[in-house]
Ligand binder design. Sequence first.
Ligand code: FAD
Length: 446
Amino acid sequence: MTPSAEQQPNSVKQIVIVGGGFAGLNCARKLATNPNVRITLLDKNNYQQFQPLLYQVATALLAPGNIAFNLREAVRRDPNVDIRLTEAVSVDLKSRTVQTAEGERYQGDFLVLAAGSQANFFGTPGAEQNTFPLYSLRDAERLRSRLLAMLESAHRDKGLIEKGALNFVIVGAGPTGTEMSGALAEGVQAWKNKKRGAKIYKDLPLERAQIFLVDAGHAVLSAFSPSAQAYAAKQLAARDVQIRLGTRVQEAGSGHVTLSDGTRIPTHTVVWAGGLKASSLSENLGIKTGQGGRIDVQPDLTVPGFSRVYGLGDFANIADQDGRPLPQLGSVAEQTGKWCAKNILLDISGKPRVSFRYLDKGIMAMIGRNAAVAEVGKRRHELEGPVAFAAWLGVHAALLASTRAKIEAFMDWAWAYFGGALEDVVLDRPEELQINWNDEGEEKSG
Ligand SMILES: Cc1cc2nc3c(=O)[nH]c(=O)nc-3n(C[C@H](O)[C@H](O)[C@H](O)COP(=O)(O)OP(=O)(O)OC[C@H]3O[C@@H](n4cnc5c(N)ncnc54)[C@H](O)[C@@H]3O)c2cc1C
């Protein structure tokens, strides 16, 4: 199928969007308010995933359905938005044509590239094969199964603890790594502190569990203020997270990691939150990409030389009004999506496009129960502790797509708050029990 502008009445413009995340979906929904445009939104998943809460799926605080939202449902009331479940594999920017994995082509009067990002392993030997990235719903569900598989295995055979069954290494001390470490540490503490009869794993020596947070930089949460960094490090240490700063993962094996200081940690669970780059579509655009494999865009969000092609969100290098590069954040993606729609509509009506202006609402990160940090607004008003914790819950619930998801998330958070986290989880991927306990691919013992 080749939808094209030519098939539409002259006044109707065809817009093709690749990626239904924060950027693409917001763009589609804003464009849809204009009856003279027809939007085709291509995504390889039929859902939008809410990445900020992936770590809560991985630690079984939330169910996958709480953080993934059907794209068709999201545009149910927008008759001029058509969702296509397909993977874009290449793009001809000149003709604004997208080629899909199935060999179909989608051509538009305008093309919006919002395909997001993926893990960047920075060439670390073994990282791609042996670590657990945390960038998609699939990643989070796989990691959750691996965590459970480790507990089950160590419970069955205590000798596997020596082989690292209860060692968990998190690479990257940004918000994702920090939140993951805190949630995992609280889960372990909750299990340890239960009265004997109420324990899920009754004779598992959880005091032997170790959580390492490793980062090549010199601070936890480096994007935050020094006081927030110190607070986060203290809160993690209080939860028995061992923080290794100024240290990089040199190599990740099937049963260990080696750090740059020479330490070798036996482990079968290495969570990769160590960086990201543009999703692989960026390699097939026929143009030179910039920092992080992302496409460079102009202040009005168009790709240089292609006035009707836009790059948004994590897929693009976007600057603020002062020319400073913006980070890969949900709020940046959402705002660029809406701005792009505005510019396309201006273009259609023959008016000049306007430069993107970012409204900085601040940043926040959760460490654990009653412990979070937030820097609110452009002036970065700092909050920490229970106030930031409450703010984090409110903001994240508000961002969830449906009322049902908000209610369910609050119920799950309340349950976790009073000590019920990580308990009634089923191991629905038995293949995760197939672990090579002999390290480096010698022999399997299930
Ligand atoms: C673990 C984690 C935690 C985070 N926490 C926060 C936070 O607390 N606060 C915050 O502001 N930001 C956070 N972020 C960042 C934020 O989630 C991203 O900046 C935001 O999701 C980017 O939106 P996007 O629309 O550009 O990309 P995405 O939301 O990733 O959407 C991209 C879409 O493109 C689709 N796609 C990709 N390739 C193709 C293809 N070839 N063909 C078809 N479809 C394709 C994908 O399926 C996806 O639906 C976090 C990110 C991660 C990974």
